[in-house]
Design a protein around this ligand. Structure first.
Ligand SMILES: [Zn+2]
Ligand SMILES: [Zn+2]
Ligand SMILES: [Zn+2]
Ligand SMILES: [Zn+2]
Length: 331
């Protein structure tokens, strides 16, 4: 015979256990982010083709309904999952999603499908670009009017996250019999939020997620990816690399096949001066043969005592110099 297992807290007559309140704040934030487009989709699908209602008219009611619906579904999620896995014990392992974002998205889709009007049920509409555009527009409108502020969505997201986080990957499962012991735990809880130490970043991140955050944090100072001397924020990296980085790859302005780092342009122009001269001369003396042009190029370089030619870094200044020198050589 099996004895019933008593809750250790109630056994000692100390009341229910207190759960650690911490959860992965970035995951909560991410979940809060998907609620807005979720609601927008419901509102757009429910009013498309309806001359008398537009998304913003139905948003207040649908928001309440949607929040109630997904909160309820998330409430019973773990119990439902257990029943389902019992029922499937002999059969093949049922595919249970354990990603909270996937689970909540499924709930939102289920809710949305009950709200679609006739046009919303046409499959072409559901996959169309104009639906996506309408949803994006409505998300923007709601953001601008602060219809559903982030803090409010985060409060809901926190409840949802804890409810569906079957494997406690995103929230702390620890429970304690009194506030004191909980307080001790909270000081070292791996889910406790800390502010990102990177200058300018104000993200609050669970200690255990700090490494991942740091690896993607836009305010992290990094060495230039293209290998120049500069250190810069991750968020500025792409722009730096294509606009000002001295190591950014560039093509020869005279049209050689070779490409090189931007800072090596002068070196390239000095090294390939003869080739560049021939290209420029070809445009000036259209009827001369390649051999003749090469000869002129050599003469020009010899005549150019102060090495001005090699310092011309583009076709126009080189052409002008060549014309000057040729005139002097004749004179
Ligand atoms: Zn904890
Ligand atoms: Zn950060
Ligand atoms: Zn650089
Ligand atoms: Zn070149």
């Amino acid at each position: 015979m099996e004895l019933p297992v008593a809750d250790p807290g109630t056994e000692r007559g100390e009341g229910p256990l207190i759960q650690c309140p911490y959860c992965d704040s970035e995951a909560m934030h991410k979940l809060a982010q998907i609620l807005l487009p979720g609601l927008a989709a419901v509102c757009v699908d429910g009013t498309t083709g309806d001359l008398f209602r537009n998304p913003s008219v139905v948003a207040v009611d649908l928001r309440k309904e949607m929040v109630d619906y997904i909160t309820q579904r998330s409430d019973t999620f773990i119990a439902d999952a257990l029943i389902e896995s019992e029922a499937n014990q002999d059969g093949p392992e049922a595919e249970m999603p354990d990603d909270p974002f996937e689970i909540i998205s499924i709930f939102m889709d289920d809710f949305s499908s009950t709200k679609r009007n006739i046009i919303g049920h046409v499959s072409g509409w559901l996959l169309s670009d104009s639906r996506d555009d309408k949803i994006d527009d409505f998300v923007q409108e709601m953001e601008m009017t602060k219809f559903w502020p982030l803090e409010r969505r985060e409060a809901i997201a926190e409840v949802l996250l804890k409810n569906v986080d079957l494997k406690t990957k995103f929230h702390c499962p620890e429970k304690y019999e009194n506030e004191e012991r909980l307080a001790d735990h909270k000081e070292q809880c791996s889910f406790r939020p800390v502010v990102c130490p990177n200058d300018g970043c104000r993200a609050k991140v669970s200690v255990r997620c700090m490494k991942d955050h740091d690896a993607a944090c836009l305010y992290k100072v990094l060495q230039c990816e293209q290998g120049c001397e500069k250190k810069l924020l991750r968020r500025d990296m792409d722009r730096h690399c294509v606009t000002v980085c001295p190591m950014r790859p560039m093509k020869c302005p005279f049209g050689c096949d070779s490409s090189f780092a931007d800072r090596d342009l002068e070196k390239h122009c000095a090294e390939f001066l003869q080739d560049h001269l021939v290209k420029v001369l070809k445009a000036i003396h259209k009827k001369r043969s390649e051999e003749e042009l090469k000869e002129i190029a050599q003469k020009l370089e010899k005549f150019d005592a102060d090495g001005k030619l090699a310092k011309a870094l583009d076709a126009r200044p080189l052409t002008n110099l060549v014309k000057d020198l040729e005139a002097k050589m004749k004179g």
